[in-house]
Ligand binder design. Sequence first.
Ligand code: SAH
Ligand code: SF4
Length: 317
Amino acid sequence: MEKRDILHYLENAPYALLMREAMQTLHQHKGKHVNVRALIEFSNICRRNCLYCGLRQANRAVRRYRLGMDDVLANARDAARQGADTIVLQSGEGAVDAGWLAELIGELCWDPGLPVTLSVGECAERDYALWKKAGAKRFLIRHETSNPALYAKLHPGYTLEDRLSCLRVLKDLGYECGGGFMVGLPGQTMETIADDLLLCESLKLDMAGIGPFLAQGGTPLSSEKSGGLEIALRALAILRLLLPDANLPATTALASLDPERGQILGLNAGANVLMPNFTPDQYGKHYKIYDGKKRVCLNDALHDIEVAGRCHALAVS
Ligand code: SAH
Ligand code: SF4
């Protein structure tokens, strides 16, 4: 697909037609099954200051936490019992000691024995290698925006090139790699979104998450307009056409923008992954990346999969 075709799909093509094409591609390449990943937000400590994110270091209003290994393991076992197929460990950047995380990964590979996905930001190559050796299989790190100038503005002290080089290192180490970006960022244009989609394609991502930007109090972007639902869903559907075999989640950000229908619409736009939250409640409420973040639980995932007429491997009680 050329950039002008992507722009047509983003702006002018009838919505229903795009969704139909995305679903045809999904069914041909992935079938009806929805993968359910258990998300455990094990720490909200972060050394970075991404302008959009509520967990940025400069946000003094956040009560910081770090889960103990036993808490993570207990919740991971619970998720496995209920039929989740992967444990996703997410945190701010530089939240924990690399050796501690390696030990946790080792424990998770042993009991409950599910594949471990990491989402812990930009780290040293030796740490990525250590976690791979400990048993981690996949890594999620979004490029956030393909516009280098916008990237530099939103991430003081960091560059898009650094971010992309992390993805290359992770791939070389043998991780299955996930990327993605936000839709509706202040300063982003339709052209940028088209470039974001083409970048995901050229990176040959195994997984990619697309979510609307959501303004968060206590950040420099708190009074900006949030991204729209339709444009995020259009971008997701186009990504299904560009990366037919990739695993694409209906993101929590979609659920936060429209708590009733967001993830169902995501599944109907070609997504085949849901990521219900298994962070213990008393901590999860402090993992406030953006305002109005919905806590998607396993029952929500089950409900959305059934409404969308798809299949799952969850234990139904
Ligand atoms: N610290 C890690 C992982 C946690 S953040 C990292 O940054 O990679 C996970 C994702 O949340 C980010 O990649 C970003 O795309 C998304 N995010 C952060 N703030 C957001 C906001 N205000 N609106 C929508 N998504 C946001
Ligand atoms: Fe930290 Fe990730 Fe939020 Fe950036 S997006 S401030 S790295 S948690």
